[in-house]
Design a protein around this ligand. Structure first.
Ligand SMILES: *Cc1c(COP(=O)(O)O)cnc(C)c1O
Length: 423
């Protein structure tokens, strides 16, 4: 007879965490507010699996929200971090690993003629926006409803991710004067793009693979139209590839769709599970940054040797032949069956996947919001009970890794068949 899994120790830690942290967490979606219940505390992770502090095992489709494309505790990454740590954890001087990681990123992203490493995706987008404003001497920026670009003030306007989960599209504490300079438009709305006064726009920022309100695909021609309008008007195009970079292809959406950004932001995968972000692009723009130019940006731990080491090991693994082919084949096996089993409106691009529980076609934030989030929550818990950990929110995506085996996928699909019956 199967034992009901115990969550005793997680429950105990949760009560303690609530004393220490607002809402018990250090990042909101971890609190399971989107699905209810108590989050589990992870003891360790390896490959495709997580083990919680009570010894329960899960097939993990969150992957630390994107970075773990090789799976958890990949031996090369662990070794690289250990070796780097022996040489000291931070120097505050240039170090050789920064150069190696820059080479690996630039090989994959030819549009990034120069690059700067930071410590998170939020820092990358925040700094890229400041740079775009400094370069163009314009204040206004354009973003899209439901796209998440981290939690900098100017970007927390109609943002996705936690904002979507908690239905607080605009954060308290963002001065109206800041938000006024952020123009937002619905995704995939070609006509709306023509209503913008492009000559006052410093930059348009977009997730080329929108993956923070669930997964939404851009209509063919949408990015091209943005590219054209921005180029004609002197606005910069910032492609936020914090999720899509090294995920949907080695060279991200830019490789997949054949489009060039003026500035690109990266994070997640390029840090191999350590805190890293990066922004980069045209050399004439990047040279506006301090110390060569007037746009200030700095970081005590930027280019951190441990983080660079984890990133290098990860990107070197991803440079091997047919890595993305293998990931795509695995993802196809999962995705094709998943669609039949889970139904709803299922979307997949490469190793990213998502199911909206709605009959509507999901093309933007408004249609994503038609999803039955209560049904998602039930499905989430039914899967979790069966040892499969999906994102604890309808408005996040699933991440498949190279460590997921055919057996993992079969197990996942068997769980999904059972879970759907409980809905
Ligand atoms: C995760 C994410 C960010 C923010 O990165 P953090 O490292 O969480 O600050 C920015 N943009 C996109 C598209 C993201 O998915």
């Amino acid at each position: 007879m199967e034992m009901t899994p115990s969550h005793q120790y997680s429950e105990k830690l949760w009560q303690e965490a609530l004393q220490h942290f607002p809402g018990g967490v250090n990042s909101p979606v971890r609190a399971f507010r989107g699905v209810g219940g108590t989050p589990f505390f992870t003891q360790r992770a390896k490959g495709s699996r997580l083990w919680d502090v009570d010894g329960n095992e899960y097939i993990d489709y969150v992957g630390s929200w994107g970075p773990m494309i090789l799976g958890h505790a990949h031996p090369q990454v662990v070794r690289a971090v250990q070796e780097a740590a022996r040489d000291g954890t931070s120097f505050g001087t240039p170090n050789p690993r920064e150069i190696r990681l820059a080479q690996l990123v630039r090989e994959a992203f030819p549009s990034m003629q120069k690059i700067r490493f930071v410590n998170s995706g939020t820092e990358a987008t925040m700094s890229a926006i400041r740079l775009a404003r400094g370069f163009t001497k314009r204040d206004k920026i354009l973003k899209f409803e439901g796209c998440y670009h981290g939690h900098a003030d100017a970007l927390l306007v109609k943002a996705g991710s936690g904002g979507a989960t908690f239905d607080v599209p605009d954060s308290a504490g963002v001065p109206a004067d800041f938000a006024r300079n952020t123009v937002t438009l619905p995704l995939n709305d070609f006509a709306a793009l023509d209503t913008v006064n492009w000559r006052e726009i410093a930059c348009v920022i977009i997730e080329p693979v929108p993956a923070n309100m669930g997964l939404i695909l851009l209509k063919p021609g949408f990015l091209e139209k943005l590219r054209k309008l921005s180029r004609e008007s002197g606005a910069l195009l910032i492609l936020d590839e914090v999720i899509s970079g090294f995920r949907v292809a080695r060279g991200g959406a830019q490789e997949l769709f054949g489009i060039q950004a003026d500035l690109t932001t990266l994070g997640k995968i390029i840090g191999g599970g350590l805190p890293v972000g990066a922004f980069g692009g045209r050399a004439d723009i990047m040279d506006m940054l301090a110390p060569t130019g007037p746009v200030y940006q700095a970081g005590t731990l930027s280019g951190n040797p441990l983080a660079m080491a984890a990133g290098i090991a990860t990107l070197e693994e991803l440079s091997k032949s047919d890595v993305y082919g293998k990931l795509e084949r695995r993802a196809t096996n999962l995705g094709d069956e998943w669609k039949k089993v889970v139904k709803g409106h299922s979307v997949r691009l490469g190793s990213l996947f998502c199911t909206f529980f709605t009959d509507r076609e999901v093309v933007d934030y408004a249609s994503a919001k038609t999803s039955d989030t209560k049904r998602y929550a039930k499905f989430f818990h039914a899967m979790l009970e069966r040892g499969v950990y999906l994102a604890p929110s309808q408005f996040e995506v699933g991440f498949l890794s190279l460590a997921h085996t055919e057996t993992d996928i079969e197990e996942t699909l068997r769980a999904a068949v059972e879970a759907v019956k409980t809905l």
